[in-house]
Design a protein around this ligand. Sequence first.
Ligand code: ZN
Ligand code: ZN
Length: 312
Amino acid sequence: MRTPSRLRRRWSAGLVAIGLVACAAEPTVDARRAAPITTTPWIHGVADGATPTDPPIEVRSFGPDTFVLRQSKSVHFEAPFLFLLCGGSRALLLDTGATRDAAKFPLRATVDRLLEERRVARGDDAAPPLIVAHTHAHGDHVAGDRQFQDRPNTTIVGRRAPEVAAFFEFVEWPRDIVTFDLGERELTLLGIPGHEDASIALFDERTGWLLTGDTVYPGRLYVRDWPAFKASIHRLARFARTHDVSWVVGTHVEMSTTPGVDFPMGATYQPNEHPLELAPAVLDELEAALDDAGDTPTRIVRASFIVEPINR
Ligand SMILES: [Zn+2]
Ligand SMILES: [Zn+2]
């Protein structure tokens, strides 16, 4: 039972703590932006034969308006990452995961819950309109679209390059750099075909994250169109050199913490995963490696990525 003197001590301790916080240097905006995304391991599946213990979706929040979601490897080996970015006037869900079935992969319910909790915390009358867009059109990034088809106040952006270009108002795809405002939160988009025709990258000024989908991530970078991929990486690297990018953030992890060593394709258990986020210098490294390879599609192994040309 609390005595009054105990309460007083707790109160005065609280005041001391407040004083310390007030005296300590506030972290700069840059320091907050540079904070790592992967501070502890993400869900990464379970060993063969073990009972799945991961939730179908892991959610991490980065402030009140930014959510990173990871699909469980026990639901689908691709285990993609998804992003929910909220602004003052609308929210963007980037990718819908690898599984259509809401019973196995309750993405819509998860997004609805996050937006409702945010609405209550903000005291808003209504949750913001939701835009559902995609880093690219591959099945492991669009399969959950169907869960949103009948959702009120929701726009699902088409998957093909002309539809993506039209929605985000590219005039000259993919070379334009366009902006998309969520309300006091501006996103900058680049068309980056090469892995897939409709691939885009998004730069979020709030976090400094450059979201690169399957084009750049700590894993196997499958290149279908070599010249287009090279051109896209040149433009991405140039963009990162001229903007305040904190991290390059893709949509899978396939590298281990051992440099240059990836997990087997289709792995459903990935202990000791490489962090999701990559330092922006990875784009310079990738750009230089592609330049060295020239016009010949070439497999390239580096510490945090592997370039894998397909249809060679
Ligand atoms: Zn892909
Ligand atoms: Zn993918």
